[in-house]
Write a protein that binds this ligand. Structure first.
Ligand code: PGA
Length: 240
């Protein structure tokens, strides 16, 4: 099923006090929002953001989840732990996890299956590097990330298309380019899991969000930098 989802990815930002101030400023600005609004926050902020968002339309997510139920996995966090503090969503396979922490399509697949098994709603990230795009390999790379990442999965997932060269760089994909690539991802994903919501991510901001969201293939956004500013994030959430 396709739905409009605007998800913030706070990455490694926001102390407890900053998170509270952000929420108090954000919530009144988005009280009439029509989309599903999600904030994927650091583990230590999940419970606080969840509690502050209780009477609102904002849902809370994490930025990673372990593939195992429990045990000797130093530095990891389990789905049960996330659910217990109020997380409903989880980002899996973000390009920063792939680039800096050795995440692979195989580990993405294991984490995804664990999320689905435990009832966390996964947002699976895919995207090509600039080098891969310039070499004409975008479709090959994305197709592999989706097929391997979603292998053996039949449940509904959310996919975020985040071209690596557009993340945190201020270089947004043109709406046409994002639309075309997401159209391709939709075709590949459809054969595996059916119709899903596909978000665009990569320097989406208050100024360019509406043009991107107007494109027929783009169901929503995964927003990094602009999700740290209540006004900017609210503008994106309130796009029609
Ligand atoms: P950005 O990050 O909006 O700061 O480019 C997006 C993301 O990495 O999810």
């Amino acid at each position: 099923m396709r739905r409009r989802i605007i998800a913030g990815n706070w990455k490694m930002n926001m102390t407890k006090a900053e998170a509270k101030a952000f929420m108090l400023e954000l919530l009144p600005l988005i009280k009439d929002a029509k989309c599903d609004t999600v904030l994927c926050v650091p583990f230590t902020d999940i419970h606080r953001v969840y509690k502050l968002a209780l009477d609102s339309n904002v849902k809370v997510g994490a930025q990673n989840v372990a593939w195992a139920d429990k045990g000797a996995f130093t530095g990891e966090i389990s789905a049960e732990m996330l659910l217990e503090v109020g997380a409903e969503y989880v980002i899996i396979g973000h390009s920063e996890r792939r680039a800096y922490f050795g995440e692979t399509d195989e580990s993405v697949n294991m984490r995804l299956k664990q999320a689905l098994k435990t009832g966390l709603k996964p947002i699976v990230c895919v995207g090509e590097t600039l080098e891969q795009r310039e070499a004409g390999k975008t479709e090959e790379v994305l197709s592999q990330q989706i097929k391997k990442g979603l292998e053996g999965v039949t449940e509904e997932v959310i996919i975020a298309y985040e071209p690596v060269w557009a993340i945190g760089t201020g270089k947004t994909a043109t709406p046409e380019m994002a639309n075309e690539t997401i159209g391709f991802i939709r075709k590949v994903a459809k054969e595996l899991v059916g119709e899903v919501s596909i978000l665009y991510g990569g320097s989406m901001n208050a100024a360019n969000a509406q043009t991107l969201l107007d494109m027929p293939e783009i169901d929503g956004g995964l927003i990094g930098g602009a999700s740290l500013k209540p006004n900017d994030f609210a503008t994106i959430v309130n796009c029609h």
